[in-house]
Each structure stands twice: as structure tokens, then as C-alpha cells.
Write a protein that binds this ligand. Sequence first.
Ligand code: 6R9
Length: 650
Amino acid sequence: MNDALSNLMHEDRRFPPPAELAASANVTAEAYDRATQDREAFWAEQAERLDWGRKWDRVLDWDNPPFAKWYTGGTINASVNCVDRHVAAGRGDKVAIHWVGEPADDTRDITYAQLQDEVSRAANALTELGVVKGDRVAIYLPMIPEAVVTMLACARLGAPHTVVFGGFSADALASRIVDCGAKVVVTADGGYRRNAPSALKPAVDEAVAKTDGLVEHVLVVRRTGQEVAWNDSVDVWWDDVVARQSSEHTPKLHDSEHPLYVMYTSGTTGKPKGILHTTGGYLVGTSYTHWAVFDLKPDTDVYWCTADIGWVTGHSYLVYGPLANGATQVLYEGTPDSPHKGRWWEIIEKYGVTIFYTAPTAIRTFMKWGDDIPAKYDLSSLRVLGSVGEPINPEAYVWYRSTIGGDRCPVVDTWWQTETGQILISPLPGVTEAKPGSAQVPLPGIAADVVDDDGNSVPDGHGGYLILREPWPAMLRTIWGDDERYKDTYWSRWPGVYFAGDGAKKDEDGDIWVLGRVDDVMNVSGHRLSTTEIESALVSHPKVAEAAVVGAADETTGQAVCAFVILRDSAAGDTSDIVAELRNHVAKEIGAIAKPRQVMVVPELPKTRSGKIMRRLLRDVAENREIGDVTTLADSSVMSLIQSGLSSND
Ligand code: 6R9
């Protein structure tokens, strides 16, 4: 490993689990050994957490790899496991969802009994609209309870849903509807975003017009009350159809491998991949990890995952995992800065949130806004903090732990993907001595490793590619309608091994540090450099709020490091030579090899709606190319903002 790569591993702060948490933790160290000794027995044991109709014959059928089948012969209903069984067990009055609308006074507490009624009504309504088992339903909704209700109603019927994030364009929606052949779309007139109603229905109208009569019905929730165009032969109001249904619905059991949902995610080509998840294994994987990684105590915890339902995190750790575990959770409709920058902390204080799960990009934004904002709220209810979506740089981790977690809450840095369905690598809050910046250890029952170009496991202290050697319950089963692409994308690089597409390192203790997508790894003068590592160095400078690094083509060095930085508000008006200062800072932190060729101070970074920095666009800027496709940007004006600003600080 070259010297530059070792920078991240010089992070020597360590945080042992709080004694009290360790003493009563759901999972202790012994689980790792037990799972290693007999992986299938371990996953059989975890499946007992759920209510099955018929019990499975085989835990895992891996006779035809890479096509896995879990709990074969078993029958199960995901909706019953997430709702009915809690009511049947006498927990009907327990709050399932504290829903917080964006307009501040707009809230609803929904108990498990109420959720059961609503899911049953929605299942009856979908049936009336002609949805039968196996049909696909597209969901394009804001973060309102109807989104959860519709997903569970689909699961109840065995009609796979495909949730399309509300910020996606009509074209993106249309291509997803067509790819999975959805006959019904569930949407709303609009949703609230930063204090203003924002329309959804027009995009659906435009998308439906492009699907050649495929969509038979559009079921529309009235959320904002704004004007909508109406087509009587297709459109129906939720209030008209769902409200008059019976709140009784007798669910059927589905095969363990029955499709539960399709979630589209971007690949290296332009065509999104429809990641298929099925029922039994997915529910085992998500419910077990939600319980283990967050140490969930369903009777006392109040859990909040800030992800949008339109992403996999919203599916696994807002809908299926927490509800299967009978948790009480917060569901928030709006943005963190509406109506003020303390809104999230206000919600934590109000509902006594104990477990909080968010993304590094949000954490860095809060750092930028300043410590005084969270300081105004009582965050003492918190006991476990989670991070997901990208590598969390140590500075953001430590800020999160201390400023939000009061130096008392363990932070779990959870690595997983749309494809993996469940968290695969993460510290356990009652077991692992945490290292800022590292996802650390594969969970019990998970066989993750870091390998070199030839697929050989790298020794501790070395870097390579992150892979999985054994199937896991919530893994994707295929790419919808494209088994070949599934095999090629994930299973073709090394025989019998799942390639996640991420680079990673093992430190001297064997802990895993995920470095980001391998396409984000640069090669500068023959040295491998990680964008994450340099970003981390930049963000450790007191004047920097956020940084994105790309490798731009360079005649002499192959690639050169180009950094885009957002300065902290406190650095405003600073007239020193910040560019030279930051270049030297990186050289000092990592080594001269990592010194950026260019440092560009920008007001914003281009991000997808799930908060991932679109480095591809920054590479276009760095290489003086015309900017490529910006349709998946959360805010499409960001690129012009960056470019107009650059001419002034070149
Ligand atoms: C859950 C989710 C997956 C990609 C993944 C990796 C990055 C996610 C991470 C992380 C480092 C973590 N990623 N969690 N990298 N540390 N804790 O985000 O799914 O949207 O499919 O993204 O995100 O690069 O390959 P998805």
C-alpha cells in the first residue's frame, strides 16, 4: 500500500461502546462465531423473528448461482408481518408512525391498529382497480403516510411496487413504469417543499402519456389541494376510492421468493437497473439488521430514519425493517431547513427520538450551519446514531458523535447498497470499538472481504475491491427482466464472488474502510488515490465545510487531483490565499502526491436527490468539457452557479 493511502488509517481516535448499552445489547460478540460456524443455521434462527404460514424446507438454495433462493417452500406475507401481527399481539394501540408534515402544525400519530385499517382499505381499493397478485404498481408520492400504506397494501396483495422518488422527472418515471410494466400509478396532487406546494401530478400525466396505454389507473392522494388536470378514464381520487372500502382484508400467503419490489438504481450505463427484491429473505435481512445494528428496543425506542421512501434506505429502514420489528418511528415530509435550520433537532426533542439514522451529506451541511443551531435543542433522548450513503469522513463523524450525540451515543457507519437490500458491514453499537471513518466489520452471517485484481484476499494493511463471498438473505435476486446483466454486472469479475463496485482497505486490525466507488479511485503518476481520502483531508481544514474531489485527465500524470470546496460560513470574507493554504494542507495530511492540481472554491456541489455528489459533472468542469446530463441533479441550477463562480476565482 502506498503511503498516501494510509492517511485515513492514521485516524487513531477510538470510541468503545457505552458500558450500559453493551450490558443490555441485543447482539453480543458471540453472534459472529455462531454465524461463522453455521451460516445457514444462523439465518434460520433469524427467520424465526417473523410469522410464516408454511415453514421453509431449505434455508438457502444456491444450486443455480448466482440466482439465490432463500427459505424455499416457506410462505409469508410481508404486510402481515409489518402490521397485523403486532395488532394480534395486543400492540394495536402502539404508535407505528409519528408523521410530521412539512407545514409545522400538520402532524398525525398512526397506531398499528390504524395502520392495519388503512393498509386493508388500500388493498381493497387496489383490488377494485384490478390489481391482482403479480401486477406491478408504481408509487410516486411525497413522504406522507399513504406512501407507506400503499407499499404495504401492494405487499399484502403480492403486487410488487416500484417506488419512484418524487423528485425524478416525468421521463424517468415513464421509463420505470414501462420497464416494469406497471398498470397502476399511485401519486398525489403535490407535496410540500420548503413551505410551498410542489406539483407531482403533472409529471405523472406526462409519464402516463408516454406509456402507450399501459397504465390503467392513476390513484391520486389529495395532499396540497392544488389544481390538477384530470382524465376521467384513468384518474381516481384516493379519497373517493380508498375511504369507502372495508377495513377488513384477508391477506393471502405468498411464496418466500415472491417478488416484493423493484427499485431502480443507476449503473455505469445510461439505463437504470431494476433491482428485484423478494419477500422472505428480504424481510429477514432487514428486520434482523435493523434490530441488531441499531440495538432496537421496540418498547422504548423512538426511531427516525431521514431517508426518502423513494430510496432503498427508505424501503429497508423506514418501511420493512422497523415495521416488521414493531418499532415506533418518525416520518418527516420536509427538508431540514424548513421552516428553520433547527427543524430536525426540534423533531428529535419533541418526539424523544432515541435512534437517528441519516447521511454524511446532511451531517456536513449541519456542520456548516454551525453548532449553535443543534445546541438550542434537547437531544438527550438520543442513544444510537447511524450513517449511510457514502463514506463518512472522520471530522463529520466526530462532529456527529459529539455535537448531536453528546459524546455519549455510538455512531454506526453502515455500508450497504440498493442491491444488498440490508446493511452488510457496520459496527455493532454494543460490541465494536468504533473508529471514525470506518464501517469496520461484516455483520454476523455476512462474508465480506477485500480482494486484489486477481480476486485474492488482501492482507491486513492493504487495499483492493470490496466483495461478498456468500449469499445473504436480502440480496437482489436479479435485474428485472435482465438476468444476463445481473450476472455480468455483479458476478462476472471473479468466479462465485459478488463484486460491489466499491474500493476498500483493510487496516492493520483487519477492519474495513470503504473508499467509495472504484470509478472514483484516481491514478496519479501510478499511485492509487481515493477521492474520499483527499476529501477527508480537505474537510479536516477548519475553513472547509464540504469538499468533492475528482481525477481529471492530465498529460503528465495520467490523472490529476481537482478539488471543489465549499467554505464554512465562518471563513466568509477571508482574504488569505485559501487555495494555496488548502493545497499545502492536503500535502501535509496525505503527502505531496495528493496535492490537488486545482482547488476551486464553489458555492454548492452538484448532488443527486439522494445526496450523492455527482463527480462526473465536476470532472466535466475540471476537464473543460461541456457539462453532461444533469437530469438527476437535485437542483439543476447548481452547475451554472459553479461555472459562473469559477471564472472569478481561477
Ligand atoms: C444504502 C445506499 C450504494 C453505494 C455503495 C457505496 C456507498 C453507502 C456507505 C457507502 C461508504 C458507507 N455507500 N453506504 N460508502 N460507507 N457507510 O446508499 O444504497 O444508493 O445503492 O448506494 O453507496 O459506494 O456502493 P445505494
